[in-house]
Design a protein around this ligand. Structure first.
Ligand code: C2E
Ligand code: MG
Ligand code: MG
Ligand code: MG
Length: 282
């Protein structure tokens, strides 16, 4: 049957490829315009400290409200921005906008910003970071930079230099999606991270796998021994939140606690004062 349909399948496949390429080209053009015209928006997802159920900060997550396609996920356009180099301009906008917004929040709240490896190459990142902090007046220790293991995979000294410079300014550096890379453990030796963000896949599987619980416990213990804090990502249920609290995870983030939200909603959450977790989760 596969043989019989071979020709047609191939033809359709070719057409699909053509569409995909055009689609990609169109999306790149649109993204360029969106970045230039400021059509991107930041959403913010709350992070909670588990010992006292308080909001400790927010992670900035970029959104693109495309005129005809609607909301395009960063999972779809960040890779395009990385391939085309647009990530430099986009990333600079994200960093400054995130610092500007957070500078209006109470002082105890931190802001986490995601970085792509390409932003850290060369020697351009340091000045961008210093500008973002001085122009917005945000205190350096309220800013956290999130990098995935892929950042250290490049093995380039510039990247490490950029991260070291950030740390020397007092900015915090977190390892994002911990456990999903090739050699997570060896990266912990290469750079003194302040925080480990435990990937959603480990957190989610704690609900039904004792082995996953053991792994997460071990990561928390390892982080403690290295003077790093831990944030569990992708916490979607009260059961998971309770487990993580019991095993001593520092912070949690996830749909159960709060979805990524536009800036106006973050202010409602911040100024609603001392809310219980159940209220915040609604
Ligand atoms: P990330 O940094 O690991 O961010 C966490 C992602 O998980 C976000 O997806 C968030 O909405 C989602 N998430 C949070 N809690 C839950 C949960 O309980 N359940 C589930 N299923 N998902 C949850 P989002 O916003 O689509 O972002 C995807 C990725 O895109 C981010 O992963 C990050 O790697 C990248 N990204 C987002 N914004 C930026 C940016 O400004 N710059 C760069 N370079 N990358 C960005
Ligand atoms: Mg992140
Ligand atoms: Mg993550
Ligand atoms: Mg991720």
């Amino acid at each position: 049957r596969a043989k019989e349909d071979g020709r047609n399948t191939y033809r359709f496949f070719e057409q699909d490829m053509g569409t995909a390429v055009n689609d990609r080209r169109e999306l790149i053009t649109d993204l360029r315009t969106a970045v230039a015209n400021g059509e991107l928006e930041l959403y913010f997802q709350p992070q909670y400290t588990l010992v006292d159920d308080r909001v400790s900060g927010f992670e900035a997550l970029v959104r693109w409200n495309h005129p005809t396609r609607g909301m395009v996920s960063p999972a779809d356009f960040i890779p395009l921005a990385e391939d085309t180099g647009l990530i430099i301009q986009l990333g600079e906008w994200v960093l400054k906008e995130a610092c500007r917004i957070a500078s209006n929040w109470p002082d105890h709240l931190r802001i986490a910003v995601n970085l792509s490896p390409r932003q850290l190459r060369g020697h351009a990142f340091g000045p961008v970071l210093i500008d973002a902090l001085t122009q917005t007046g945000l205190k350096a220790d309220r800013l956290e930079l999130e990098v995935t293991e892929s950042v250290l995979l490049t093995d380039s000294e510039d990247v490490l230099d950029s991260l070291r410079q950030a740390k020397s300014l007092g900015v915090k550096v977190s390892m994002d999606d911990f456990g999903t890379g090739y050699s997570s453990l060896s990266y912990l030796r290469r750079f003194p991270f302040d925080k480990i963000k435990i990937d959603q896949s480990f957190v989610r599987s704690m609900a039904y796998s004792d082995d996953s619980i053991s792994i997460v416990k071990a990561v928390i213990e390892l982080a403690n021994n290295l003077n790093m804090t831990t944030t569990a990502e992708g916490v979607e249920t009260k059961q998971l939140l309770d487990m993580l609290t019991e095993i001593g995870c520092t912070e949690a983030q996830g749909y159960y606690l709060g979805r990524p939200m536009p800036v106006a909603s973050t202010e409602e959450l911040i100024y609603a004062g001392e809310r219980s977790l159940t209220t915040a989760a609604q």
